[in-house]
Design a protein. Structure first.
Length: 94
């Protein structure tokens, strides 16, 4: 991670870009306060790619199941005591 004052970043912009392309975020400061970050484009894309909303996921799942696909359910991985508490919550609500 590099830190650059605005003026130094302007003067050595190519160096700043190379460092960012190398995978190290480059922080830009003005009067000692961070104001911007220059990052590699792939890092940016990884952190800003659009993610499917839960509602969209459910609609996709509903469509897949309607087409005859099977739903695989993973085994429970939490401790049995946890699931006993969950079961009791639902039982108490009846």
């Amino acid at each position: 991670m590099g830190t650059w004052q605005v003026q130094a970043g302007k003067q050595r912009f190519s160096e700043l870009l190379r460092a960012a392309e190398g995978g190290e975020p480059q922080f830009i400061t003005r009067h000692g306060k961070p104001v911007a970050v220059v990052v590699d484009i792939e890092d940016y894309r990884r952190t800003h790619e659009t993610q499917q909303s839960f509602a969209e996921y459910l609609l996709t799942l509903e469509g897949a199941l309607a087409e005859g696909d099977e739903l695989e359910i993973s085994p429970r991985t939490a401790e049995p005591e946890y699931w006993a508490k969950v079961d009791n919550l639902f039982r108490d609500g009846d």
